[in-house]
Design a protein around this ligand. Structure first.
Ligand code: ADP
Ligand code: MG
Length: 309
C-alpha cells in the first residue's frame, strides 16, 4: 500500500466519524475475522437506572438503599451511579434540596474505608457498618451467603436482562438491587453488518451469564460466542485465546476495564463516548459511539487497500 492511498483512507475515516491513530492501522483492519464486543457502554447505552429493591424479611428497604447508595456514591461504575442516584431519588424524607445533596434533596451518609473490587463490586464502612455491594461472588468471598429467596429474585431479574447486585452488611445479606440499561437501537443492525462482512461477533462482559445471554439474543450474537463473568484482568486472556486459535481479533470497548484488551487485540476500537483509558489504548476511535461505524471502518480499510493494488 502506498502512503498516499492510506492517507486518503484516514481522511475518509474522519468524515465517517472514525479517528485513526496512524495510516498503518488500516492494514491490520483488513485481516480482522473476529470482532469482540464489550457489553456495557458498547452494545448497551451504559446509562443504567435503578429498578427493583428486594430485601429480606427483617431488612428495611430504605436502609438497604441508603447504605448501598452511600458506598456506591464513591464509585464511577455505571451500576454504582444508578444505585447512588436511585437511592437519593427514592428516599422519602421530604427535605428541600440543599447544596451538595441528592436530586431529591436527601443526603446519603458518607462512607469510609471505601474499596473498589474490579469486576466484583465495592465495599466501605457506613455509620459503623461494614457494607458490601456487588456480585454474589463478592459476598461469598467475604463468607456471606445469599438466602434462597433473594437468589431466586436475582435470577429472575437476570433472565429478564437486568443486572442484579447484592447488598450485605456486618456479614449478613440484606437485599438485591436491580439496574437496567437499554441495548442501543443501532446494535442489532451493527451486528448484522459485521456478519455481512464475514466477521464473527463475540460478546465479552464482566456481567452475569444470564444477563449477557439475554443481550446477545437481542442483538443476534450466538450463545456459543458469549463470554460472561469475565474479570477485568481476564478480558485480555479471552483475546489471547482467540488469537491462539488463529483468529485476527478486533475488540470494541469503552471502559477502563477494556483498555488492556483493546491494546492486546490486533485492532482496538474505542467508543468515543467512553473513558480516556479506552481511547488511549485503541487504534481507532468511533467518535459518536455508534457500533455501526465499526463495520464502516472495516469496509473503508478493505476498499482503501484494494484500490491501491
Ligand atoms: P462490564 O464488563 O460489563 O463493563 P464490569 O467488569 O465493570 O462489567 O462489572 C462486572 C459486574 O461486577 C457488574 O455487572 C456488577 O455485577 C459487578 N460490579 C462491578 N462494579 C460494581 C459496583 N461498583 N457496584 C456493584 N456491582 C458492581
Ligand atoms: Mg463497558
Amino acid at each position: 500500500a502506498t502512503p498516499t492511498a492510506l492517507m486518503v483512507g484516514t481522511g475518509r475515516g474522519a468524515q465517517l466519524g472514525i479517528l485513526i491513530k496512524g495510516p498503518e492501522v488500516l492494514e491490520s483492519t483488513r485481516r480482522v475475522d473476529t470482532v469482540v464486543l464489550d457489553k456495557t457502554g458498547t452494545v448497551t447505552t451504559g446509562r443504567m437506572t435503578l429498578q427493583d429493591v428486594y430485601v429480606t424479611e427483617d431488612a428495611d428497604e430504605k436502609e438497604v438503599l441508603r447504605l448501598a447508595g452511600a458506598v456506591e456514591h464513591a464509585s464511577e461504575h455505571p451500576v454504582a451511579r444508578a444505585v447512588a442516584a436511585g437511592a437519593e431519588e427514592r428516599s422519602e424524607m421530604g427535605v428541600p434540596p440543599a447544596e451538595g445533596w441528592g436530586r431529591a434533596g436527601v443526603p446519603l451518609p458518607s462512607a469510609s474505608a471505601f474499596e473498589n473490587v474490579p469486576g466484583l463490586g465495592v465495599r466501605g464502612t457506613v455509620e459503623g457498618h461494614e457494607v458490601l455491594v456487588g456480585r454474589a461472588r463478592l459476598l461469598e468471598e467475604a463468607g456471606v451467603t445469599l438466602p434462597d429467596e433473594l437468589a431466586a429474585l436475582k435470577t429472575r431479574a437476570e433472565e429478564d436482562g437486568r443486572t442484579a447486585v447484592a447488598v450485605a452488611w456486618d456479614g449478613v445479606a440484606r437485599g438485591v438491587l436491580t439496574v437496567a440499561d437499554a441495548v442501543k437501537e443501532t446494535s442489532a443492525e451493527a451486528v448484522r453488518e459485521l456478519r455481512a462482512l464475514g466477521l464473527t461477533p463475540v460478546l465479552l462482559t464482566g456481567d452475569n451469564r444470564t444477563v449477557a445471554a439475554s443481550v446477545a439474543r437481542r442483538v443476534g450474537i450466538d450463545d456459543a460466542c458469549v463470554h460472561a463473568e469475565v474479570l477485568p484482568r481476564d478480558k485480555v486472556e479471552v483475546i489471547k485465546r482467540l488469537q491462539a486459535e488463529g483468529r485476527t481479533v478486533a475488540m470494541v470497548g469503552d471502559g477502563v476495564n477494556d483498555a488492556a484488551a483493546l491494546a492486546t487485540a490486533d485492532l482496538g476500537l474505542a467508543m468515543g463516548t467512553g473513558t480516556d483509558a479506552a481511547i488511549e489504548a485503541g487504534d481507532l476511535t468511533l467518535v459518536r459511539g455508534d457500533l455501526r461505524v465499526a463495520a464502516d471502518a472495516i469496509r473503508l480499510s478493505r476498499k482503501t487497500l484494494s484500490t491501491i493494488k
